[in-house]
Ligand binder design. Structure first.
Ligand SMILES: CC(C)(COP(=O)(O)OP(=O)(O)OC[C@H]1O[C@@H](n2cnc3c(N)ncnc32)[C@H](O)[C@@H]1OP(=O)(O)O)[C@@H](O)C(=O)NCCC(=O)NCCS
Length: 328
């Protein structure tokens, strides 16, 4: 396999800011509850005419510019999303068309909050063979559209945005070193949209009951995430032949600051090693990791030669982690 690394990153969040206080117009909540329980102060909400592919295209353009790759040279687009433009066709194909990436294959990975971590591993393995060069891996979500704005146990957590990376051949000894991916579908009801699929199609009744919206058993997510986040980081670092102390930066899924704090405590690593900007964006599901990675790099939190771990966990249940040496 050829060595493959991240040649460029980009991100785009919806411009409109919605603060915790703004949620008071919709549900009984408080800035204090939201901030204490999640670390979130505000999130971004897409304008009505904007869908997931629009956010994805903006992030992808920035990543391509950063990597100095022309759009016609993109060989593959892997899009992690659980809030697609439409149930089908794949949103990745819509992105391919809007970008004008006329030589690219394209498909979606629907694995909710671990989607990008899955996508990065898939993109790496596909780029490492002879068939695909300049692989775009994007995470993009418009959760404001799939949330029930009357359900305070879910709506305040999420926001809209997209992040992207370009993968191509790099120097031997740098780039992606290892990934670990897992799933446990016995927990598929912990996070779900119950209706709108082939199990329960959309009816007036499902709409009246709010079954076409996102549901989350928050406490079950907590129990799962605070075990699987540290477990997958430990495993992926060992798989790459490194020690936990060698890790310079962890870019975790931005689920909740308390999950991140607890997991770093379990790992025995200082919180300063985890990049966290959840206060300004909330949880952007599959877009969280690539947006955080892009901002961490632009803020100088990821330096040339750093050993970086990305990790994601959520609906499925599914979880995983990747480790790479940042060499740009
Ligand atoms: C959900 C979570 C915050 C609950 O934390 P907790 O400390 O166990 O919660 P508490 O028992 O103190 O609070 C729950 C209460 O807050 C209430 N509550 C829920 N959302 C609220 C909101 N937005 N504003 C005010 N109160 C809220 C609940 O109704 C419940 O009230 P009740 O006890 O009267 O039934 C916590 O389990 C968690 O962080 N889970 C992970 C969720 C997550 O990160 N999901 C992302 C998906 S990857």
């Amino acid at each position: 396999m050829k060595p493959i690394g991240i040649a460029g990153t980009g991100s785009h969040v919806a411009p409109k800011v919605m603060t915790n206080k703004d949620w008071l117009k919709h549900v009984e909540t408080s800035d204090e509850w939201i901030y204490t329980k999640t670390g979130i102060r505000e999130r971004r909400i897409a304008e009505p005419e904007v869908a997931t592919s629009d956010l994805a295209v903006e992030a992808a353009k920035k990543a391509l510019t950063d990597a100095k790759v022309k759009v016609e040279d993109v060989g593959l687009i892997v899009l992690a999303t659980s809030s697609p433009d439409v149930p089908l066709s794949a949103t990745a194909c819509i992105v391919q068309h809007k970008l004008g990436a006329k030589n690219a294959a394209a498909f979606d990975v629907n694995n909710v909050c671990s989607g990008f971590v899955y996508g990065l591993d898939i993109g790496w393995k596909m780029a490492a063979g002879d068939s695909y060069k300049n692989v775009l891996v994007i995470g993009a979500e418009t959760y404001s559209r799939i949330l029930n704005w009357k359900d305070r146990t879910t709506c305040v957590f999420f926001g809209d945005g997209a992040g992207a990376v370009v993968l191509n051949e790099c120097k031997p000894g740098s780039g992606l070193l290892a990934s670990t991916l897992y799933a446990d579908g016995s927990g598929h009801k912990v996070i779900e949209i119950p209706a709108g699929g082939t199990r329960m199609h959309t009816t007036h009744e499902t709409l009246d009951k709010g079954l076409n919206y996102f549901f989350m058993d928050g406490k079950a997510v907590w129990d799962f995430a605070t075990v699987k986040f540290p477990e997958s980081v430990r495993e992926v670092v060992a798989k790459a032949g490194h020690k936990l102390e060698d890790v310079d930066v962890i870019i975790p899924h931005q689920s909740n600051v308390n999950i991140i704090k607890k997991s770093m405590e379990v790992l025995g690593l200082p919180m300063e090693k985890a990049y966290c900007h959840i206060h300004k964006y909330g949880n952007m599901a599959g877009a969280s990791v690539p947006v955080a990675l892009d901002e961490a790099i632009k803020e100088g939190k990821v330096m040339k030669g750093d050993l970086v771990v990305t990790c994601g966990y959520g609906g499925g249940l599914a979880w995983g982690a990747n480790v790479f040496i940042w060499d740009k």
